[in-house]
Design a protein around this ligand. Structure first.
Ligand SMILES: Nc1ncnc2c1ncn2[C@@H]1O[C@H](COP(=O)(O)OP(=O)(O)OP(=O)(O)O)[C@@H](O)[C@H]1O
Ligand SMILES: [Mg+2]
Length: 254
């Protein structure tokens, strides 16, 4: 699928004054592409995903899906919001099965599939646990599994690994790359982390401080899409781009 976003703008009323958060945001996403938005806290990253998912409307601007104008991408997107939002009264398996339940799938097939996915995510011993019994990293893995089980071609992921320690983060990043490849997803990820953006993305959109605009776009031409995080780290482009994006940040240009 091909997504094109044209002149997306949005303001919020804060304490009686209108604050412009998104200022003519333009970008496109290609089929099976992995793109990342990176930008300072409060610049409007979650607002972009909220608009794409149809949670809120833009004040102006257009969203095109395969050349046709649509009001949002709700029909093709699974959205993992910034907070994991697991349902506390449901077990790990129950949370993971939300999508298939809403869709009215055959639940015995869905349950087997969810159990397999949760096992791949290292949660086989916690399928019947409740969210409050899990660590932050485990909760994020459940939320990611749930997002995948919605079986939508587009994943909107808002800082999915935000609260994780470095080791778990690395494991999860690898898992996400494998998911991207295996299920041929298109991914729009939001992160604060330059390393994460560089390790995972085909293209990186750097946003300015509020009101957010797309400041610069970096295309990362990998030697191969059959990649693992560790291999990406070794690429020369990684250190070069890290330096360049880091400089843009340090100079306060974003
Ligand atoms: N529903 C809302 N009502 C009022 N203001 C909002 C609303 N949603 C977002 N904002 C404001 O818009 C700005 C951008 O918020 P947003 O959550 O998109 O930032 P962000 O880039 O995702 O930040 P972070 O990196 O900290 O998650 C903030 O100033 C926030 O207060
Ligand atoms: Mg956010």
């Amino acid at each position: 699928m091909n997504i094109k976003i044209v002149n997306l703008s949005r303001s919020f009323r804060v304490n009686g004054t209108q604050v412009r958060v998104l200022d003519n945001i333009n970008f496109d996403v290609r089929e099976n592409e992995f793109v990342t938005f990176i930008g300072p806290s409060g610049c409007g990253k979650s607002t972009i995903l909220n608009i794409l998912a149809g949670f809120i409307s833009p004040d102006s601007g257009f969203i095109y899906l395969n050349g046709k104008r649509v009001s949002n991408l709700a029909t093709i997107a699974a959205y993992m919001v910034q907070k994991d939002l697991l349902l506390p009264w449901r077990t790990v398996l129950g949370n993971a099965l939300l999508g298939p339940e809403i869709r009215g799938d055959d639940m015995s097939i869905a349950r087997r599939e969810a159990e397999e996915l949760l096992s791949n995510f290292g949660l086989q011993d916690f399928i019947n646990s409740y969210p409050h019994e899990l660590s932050g990293g485990m909760r994020q893995r459940v939320a990611l599994a749930r997002t995948l089980l919605f079986k939508r071609p587009l994943l909107l992921l808002d800082e999915p690994f935000g609260a994780l320690d470095a080791m778990t983060r690395f494991v999860m990043q690898n898992l996400l790359l494998r998911v991207h490849k295996k299920y041929r997803k298109t991914v729009i990820l939001v992160t604060h982390d330059i390393d994460e953006a560089l390790l995972l993305s085909d293209r990186i959109f750097v946003l300015s401080a509020r009101p957010a605009r797309v400041k610069s776009v970096y295309e990362i031409k990998r030697a191969t899409r059959e990649r693992e995080v560790k291999e990406n780290l070794k690429e020369k482009i990684f250190s070069e781009l890290k330096e360049e994006i880091g400089t843009v940040f340090r100079n306060g240009e974003v």
